[in-house]
Write a protein that binds this ligand. Structure first.
Ligand SMILES: [Fe+2]
Ligand SMILES: [Fe+2]
Length: 202
């Protein structure tokens, strides 16, 4: 079924974005094996990977029109960090164009893939990580995080390592937003704090 989506998404995602999307899907397949997902959840994660950036090529004006069309509330935070729009519009767009595929779990994976949220489920965490570390990423933080995760996976409690890796990714994101003088999305802070509290309580 995912081969058909790979063709269908070409109407919306092209060039480097398409290569990134396929690479996130491959990363998700690796992570599904590492975290021993059952066939249904592995399929879900792959579909979420293929659909996660479905509206990324739309500009801010188009994102705002999509928000209005789907009834997605626009917050001040969204307006000060418009990159986040594509996650929200992407979730609705995926459900609109691929209704048989986009169940609530896939919808949630797409919706939260840029910011994370307080209590992320496993599929949301895996898509978030795959998007950050897929192998075509060349940004130093991404390469470093990929190395951090894969050099430890064989000798670690997998869930603990996943959570630790995500905390590091949120730290990297927050630091770079501070360096750029940009707004930090409150869901990113909530994600980091939720995971950090969990790791400190163990
Ligand atoms: Fe994205
Ligand atoms: Fe992405």
């Amino acid at each position: 079924m995912n081969n058909k989506i790979k063709d269908d998404i070409l109407s919306y995602i092209t060039g480097k974005r398409y290569i990134h999307t396929l690479s996130v899907e491959r990363e998700c397949e690796n992570l599904s094996q590492i975290f021993e997902l059952d066939a249904i959840n592995a399929q879900r994660l792959s579909a979420a990977a293929l659909l996660h950036d479905i509206t990324k090529e739309k500009n801010t004006e188009e994102q705002i029109l999509l928000c209005k069309y789907y009834g997605i509330p626009i917050t001040d935070e969204d307006m000060s960090a418009p990159k986040i729009f594509h996650a929200k519009t992407g979730a609705y767009f995926a459900r609109d164009k691929f209704p048989d595929l986009t169940d609530d779990l896939i919808f949630g994976c797409i919706w939260w893939h840029t910011t994370g949220r307080g209590k992320m489920n496993l599929l949301e965490k895996l898509l978030y990580l795959a998007d950050y570390i897929e192998e075509t990423r060349t940004f130093t933080d991404c390469v470093e995080l990929r190395r951090y995760f894969y050099t430890r996976i064989d000798r670690s409690d997998k869930i603990k390592l996943l959570n630790k890796t995500l905390i590091l990714s949120f730290d990297m994101t927050i630091k770079s937003l501070i360096d750029d003088g940009s707004i930090i999305n409150s869901d990113t802070i909530k994600s980091r704090n939720y995971l950090l509290k969990g790791s400190l309580n163990k």
